[in-house]
Ligand binder design. Sequence first.
Ligand code: BES
Ligand code: MN
Ligand code: ZN
Length: 495
Amino acid sequence: MKIQAKATQNYQAKTDCLVVALKPLKNIAAQCAELNAITGKVVSRLQKAEQFSAKKAQIVNIAVPEGIGAKQLLLIGTGDEKSLDTEALRDLLTSLAKQLKALKVNEVSLDLQALFTKSDVETVSRHLAEAIGESDYVYVPAPKSVRGAKANKESKAILWCKDAKQASAARKAAGIGNAINNGKSLAKNLANMPGNVCTPTFLASQAKKLGRSHGLKVKVLNEKEMDALGMGSLLSVSKGSREPAKLIVMEYKGAKNPKEAPHALVGKGLTFDAGGISLKPAGKMDEMKYDMCGAASVFGAVLAAAEMKLPINVVAVIPSSENLPDGIANKPGDVVTSMSGQTIEILNTDAEGRLILCDALTYTQRFKPQTVIDIATLTGAVIVALGHQTAGVMGNDQGVIDDLIAAGETSLDHAWQLPIKETYKRQLKSEFADLANIGGPSAGSITAGSFLSYFTEDFRWAHLDIAGTAWGGAAGKRATGRAVPILTQYLIDRC
Ligand code: BES
Ligand code: MN
Ligand code: ZN
C-alpha cells in the first residue's frame, strides 16, 4: 500500500474506506461536525449508544455509511492522554493497519488530525507507513507461500493534511517509513529463507543484485582471496562446510564528496549454525537459519539508505559462512591465527560468530571508516538478559553507543548498553593463544563483545547483539526485520 499525503478533506471522494481519528471529548462529534452532520449523526449516535467512546485504539467500522463517498467509515479513538508516547502510537497504528488488511481495503483515506496533536505529523506518518508496510508483508520466496499468496494489487492510502506544508512534512516522513519498511522486507525475506536456499553464495548473489538495482559497488571475496589476506579465523569456521565462505562488500556512495570517510556496517552472515563439533541440541536448531540476521539487517539498511539517497557514504562488510560438524571442522582446542595476527584458541566451536566477525572487522579498517557498527545474532545470553524486546549494545566509543541508542528510541528498535571492561576481557585469557573464543558461563554477551573489542582498537566501534530481536518473540518463528530500523535511523542521523 502506497502512502500519499494531500492537502484535502473531501468526504465525497469515492474510496473503499475513510478512517477518522477522534479524541474522547465529552461530545465526540463536536470535533467532526461536518462529518457527523452528513452521515446522519452517526458519531453522536454511536456515542449515545455507548458503542464508541474514542478510547485509545478503539475502532468501530460503519459499513455503507450514508452521506459520504467511502464504502466504509472507520472511527479510531486516540485515548485521553495529553500526548501519546511513540510506542503507544505505533500500537494504535498497527491495530489500524491490521484492521485495514482484514477488511481487504484497497484504497483508504485517513483523517488523523486528532493524532497529529497528540504526537506530530512526522512521527505519525512515518509509523503509519511502517505499520501498513508491516501488515502488507508476505514472505515471497517460501515454496509454501508462493503457492498460496495472491499478487498484491497496487493499493493506496491517502493521508489528509490541513495544508501544503503539513502534506509535505507528512510525505517526507512517510518516505522514511517506506524506506525502512522496504529494508525490513528485504531483511525478512532473506532471513526467512531456508538454509539450503540462503547460502553464503546466495547472499553474495543477492548483494550483486542489490548493487545492480541501486548503483552500489559490490565485491565478493572467495576463500582463496580471504586466505591470501590471512583470514585464518573466518576460514576455520567454514572448513567444516561444503558451502564456500564469502566476504561480501557493498559500497554506497551518497556523500557529496565521494572520498568522505564511510560509516561501516559489519553483519554476521552465518547462514546456518549447527554449532560445529560443539553441536547444538536438536530442538529449535532450525532457527539457526536466522544466524544471518545481522547480514540481512545490513542489506536492509543499505537498501533503505540508497532508496532515500542519503548524502552519506556507507560500506557494508558481510562475512558469510555455515557452521557445521565435519571431519575437518574446527575442534575444541584448535588454535587459529586471525587476520590481525592475534591467535585464538577455539574452546567452543559454537562461538563461531566472533570468529568470522573478527576478520571482517580487521578487513573493514582499509576503508578508514568514521564509525563501525557490527550487527550479529551473537549470543543466546542476550535473550536471557534483554528478552526479545531490546538489543544489546556495547563498544569502545560512548558517542557511537549513545547515537545508536538514540536511533533505537526514534525508530522504536530499542537497544540497551552492556559494559565492556578489563575485568570481563580477562575472562578471555587462554593458556595456548592470545585469546580464547569463549569467556566462561557468566556474562556471555559481554565476553562476546569483549572478544570483538580486541579487533576494533583502531576505530570508533559499537556492537549490536540482535539474537533476541531479529526473530521470535511476538513475531513467532519469523524474522522481524530488526535491526533495519535502528541502523537506518543511525545513518539518517549522521546526514
Ligand atoms: N548463533 C548463536 C547465538 C544464538 C543462540 C542466537 C541462540 C540465538 C539463539 C551463536 O553462534 C552461539 O552459538 N553462541 C553461543 C556462544 C557460547 C558457545 C559461548 C551461545 O550463545 O550459546
Ligand atoms: Mn554458534
Ligand atoms: Zn552463531
